[in-house]
Design a protein around this ligand. Structure first.
Ligand code: OSB
Ligand code: MG
Length: 368
């Protein structure tokens, strides 16, 4: 059979609390949902490109354009239905990883649903619960940051990540560490520093952090390697790793010791698994990053995080940490202290709620 219908829905959802990184503060998220149907069975994916090109060069609108004009026609014209076939064909187009991944994820969900299997079984996952962590944005004051961290710990999260930027780094770590000396803690700079700032970054070694994520710009593997040689804390790369080849180069160069894997950033599950397998073979642990996905993208991430090399806690939290009304049923919840159980139904194992999606929709288009 072949895909007979693809729907793309551009949606906007307000956060329960604003989210501030070194590059911006946002109060809501604009992203797209992709539904691919074959006969009566439909698979769902989420495209994580954001409203503005701050985290990556893609935006929700460029991804819409790439999906509508290039990727959807490719799927329909060639009758692609296997995710691996799609990934190979889509690779002729350069860049646009998030657009590519949104459709590939929908094809994976469809494939697993047709097989009657949860995605983690299809992927060869090795665990039924994953370690849940929370990513805490920059706040208006250190007191508010410490309060929020305390709130998340009370909810049961075990690992905390805090966003840093110049002027909100050593003091932020000191404030959190003073109140919570022993929690697993890490920081993420989203590329806000330059090599000139290396003394500040080296000062972070004093806080017993699990890792320092993406201190320098995405393209800058070289300066990350220089910094890693002078720090004891492992560096982790996020934005820099946009493909298997950049992951391999980063590890060979010593630019990092840990990789944050995001399916959207690397262009799909096929590329994710190549990176994962390489890291596993080279003793580099990985973990699953997040893009503040709605439940559809987050359910996909839960399944990905069951692969064996996902050793560190993930940026995967419960639905209510992000949204008042997530777009899935049931919501994702913590299943135990600092863990989330991976859904066991077919495919992603959670149900998109189409009435809520319609209420959040800015624009929808259907392709046959
Ligand atoms: O750098 O990991 C990041 C969200 C948007 C863009 C970049 C990042 C993030 C997060 C959110 O840290 C993590 C999550 O989804 O829980
Ligand atoms: Mg990051």
């Amino acid at each position: 059979m072949a895909i007979d219908r693809i729907e793309i829905d551009l949606v906007k959802l307000p956060y329960v609390h604003f989210f501030e990184t070194s590059f911006s503060r946002s109060y809501d998220r604009t992203f797209s949902l992709i539904k691919v149907c074959e006969g009566g069975v439909c698979g769902w994916g989420e495209c994580v490109a954001e409203e503005a090109p701050l985290y990556s060069g893609e935006t929700a609108e460029t991804a819409w354009h790439i999906m509508k004009e290039f990727l959807v026609p490719l799927v329909l014209r060639k009758g692609l239905v296997e995710p691996e076939d799609y990934a190979r064909e889509a690779a002729v187009f350069r860049g646009n990883q998030m657009a590519k991944a949104g459709i590939e994820l929908a094809l994976w969900d469809l494939k697993a649903k047709k097989a009657g299997l949860p995605l983690h079984k299809l992927y060869g996952g090795v665990r039924t619960e994953i370690k849940a962590g929370v990513s805490c944005g920059i706040e208006d004051s250190l007191a508010e940051l410490v309060d929020r961290v305390g709130g998340y710990l009370d909810e049961g999260y075990k690992r905390i990540k805090i966003k840093i930027k110049p002027g909100w780094d050593v003091a932020a770590c000191a404030a959190v560490r003073e109140k919570f000396p022993d929690i697993p803690l890490q920081v993420d700079a989203n590329g806000a520093y330059k090599l000139e700032d290396k003394e500040t970054l080296k000062a972070l070694d004093a806080f017993n952090l699990l890792m320092v994520e993406q201190p320098f710009a995405p393209y800058d593997l070289w300066d990350h390697a220089k910094l890693q040689r002078e720090m004891t804390t492992p560096l982790c790369l996020d934005e820099s790793v946009e493909s298997f080849d950049t992951a391999r180069a980063a590890l060979e160069m010593g630019s990092c010791r840990v990789i944050n894997i995001k399916v959207g950033r690397v262009g799909g599950v096929v590329e994710t698994r190549r990176i994962h397998d390489y890291c596993l073979a080279h003793d580099a642990p990985v973990w699953c990053g997040g893009m503040l996905e709605c439940g559809i993208g987050r359910a996909h991430n839960l399944h990905i995080a069951t692969l064996p090399d996902f050793i560190y806690p993930n940026d995967l939290s419960a639905s209510r940490r992000y949204y008042q009304e997530d777009l899935i049923d049931p919501f994702i919840e913590l299943s135990g202290p600092g863990t989330i159980r991976v859904p066991d139904g077919p495919g992603i194992g959670v149900n998109p709620v189409e009435s809520r999606i319609a209420r959040a929709s800015l624009r929808k288009e259907s392709f046959k």
